[in-house]
Design a protein around this ligand. Structure first.
Ligand SMILES: Cc1ncc(COP(=O)(O)O)c(C=O)c1O
Length: 373
């Protein structure tokens, strides 16, 4: 290809690195010749999708020749009743990933800033970089706790969006209601605060800041939720945000007309109302959390208490080597090196038998690595 074309690539893309997702099961099976592989790397729901969602998809298959409802009216009316918010306060996205990009496309001009926690979900920085925006990273505390005073200090007159991920990926830590409300009162009122609540439905802590309550009080927040985690529809790509109608109106201008496919829309409605699947998902998750807490305590490993469906644990060894060794045992986790934490791994809670297999593989591997060292 002629260099003359490449010189027109937008300079802001030169340093952009593509997202590296959790390793798929099929890749590990093929690369390592393993038949039995478990994946605890992408914070997916291990019990599988809701049967009701599967039935809704079956029924919708005969309509695949039609474009999806671009206004997502059926889903919006269900979400509107579920959360008691106006339909004009909702925007549905092709996963919350897309919504993060849509917000940055709407609000970030070259040189504008977003403020994000560190470590946190990488898509915020990615989306801002696409718009030639600058990302200001605010380190979390020693135990990865939020200190919103630090976020306040990071705000400048170029700040357009503050992304708060609560509970946070990859740490599982969360923001307390009183802290978030004070923060919202103290920051300039022309800054949008996006609260990414991808793991909201797993939270057990009483003092967790519910973004929707603060939204209802009139603060400038956009609350993001997803159907990828507790609702177990990661493959279909569907998430949503709740914000003031004026904000939604602008973000809607940059949205593709048919951004969310029909199967995702009907499955989301079914999953939203599948109380049995929701209860089972929460039960299996709490069980998994207890199993891993206990397992790590027995091994003497430091972990961060979590309000999500995953946990961050300090293994004390090189996480890249540990990741590879666990792969060879057919267990996929997330290497903390990706988040700048080179001795930590992030592990999603699985089914009970998967959790046992992971803990056994971890214990054996750590022993082997210590013998070798
Ligand atoms: C904090 C956070 N936000 C958003 C997402 C993306 O969700 P979705 O699948 O809806 O794009 C994830 C996925 O891991 C996440 O951890």
């Amino acid at each position: 290809m002629s260099d003359s074309i490449l010189k027109h690539v937008r300079p802001s893309l030169h340093d952009l690195k593509p997202y590296i997702p959790g390793k798929p099961i099929a890749d590990v099976q093929r690369e390592l010749g393993l038949a039995d592989v478990i994946k605890l790397a992408s914070n997916e729901n291990p019990i599988g999708p809701s049967k009701k969602a599967q039935t809704a998809i079956q029924a919708a298959l005969t309509e695949l020749n039609r474009y999806p409802d671009g206004g997502q009216l059926f889903l919006k009316s269900n979400l509107s009743a579920f959360h008691n918010v106006g339909e004009d306060m909702l925007l549905i996205g092709n996963g919350s990933d897309e919504i993060i990009s849509l917000f940055c496309t709407t609000f970030v001009e070259p040189g504008d800033e977003i403020v994000v926690p560190s470590p946190s979900f990488s898509e915020y920085k990615f989306a801002a970089s696409l718009m030639a925006g600058r990302t200001v990273e605010v380190p979390l505390g020693e135990n990865f706790e939020y200190n919103l005073e630090d976020f306040k200090q990071a705000i400048t007159d170029r700040t357009r969006i503050v992304f708060l991920c609560s509970p946070n990926n990859p740490t599982g830590t969360y923001i307390r209601q009183a802290d978030l409300e004070r923060f919202l009162q103290e920051i300039p009122q022309d800054i949008l605060v996006i609260i990414d609540e991808a793991y909201n439905e797993y939270v057990e802590a009483d003092d967790y800041a519910q973004g929707l309550e603060l939204f209802r009080k009139g603060y400038n927040v956009a609350v993001m939720r997803t159907f990828s985690k507790l609702y177990a529809l990661a493959s279909l790509r569907i998430g949503y945000t709740i914000a003031k109608p004026e904000i939604i109106g602008y973000v809607n201008r940059v949205r593709e007309p048919f951004n969310v496919n029909h199967l995702a829309q009907v499955a989301a409605v079914a999953a939203l109302h599948d109380a049995e699947h929701i209860a089972e998902s929460r039960k299996v998750n709490s069980q998994g959390k207890r199993m891993l807490y206990e397992g790590f305590e027995k091994m003497g490993l430091r972990y961060i208490p979590t309000e999500t469906n995953f946990i961050l644990v300090d293994t004390g060894v090189d996480s890249k080597a540990l990741f590879q060794a666990l792969l060879r045992k057919g267990v996929i986790v997330r290497d903390g090196g990706f988040f700048g934490l080179p001795t930590w791994i992030r592990v999603s809670f699985g089914l009970p038998e998967e959790n046992i297999r992971f803990l056994t593989a971890l214990e054996e591997t750590l022993q082997d690595m210590k013998v070798e060292a």
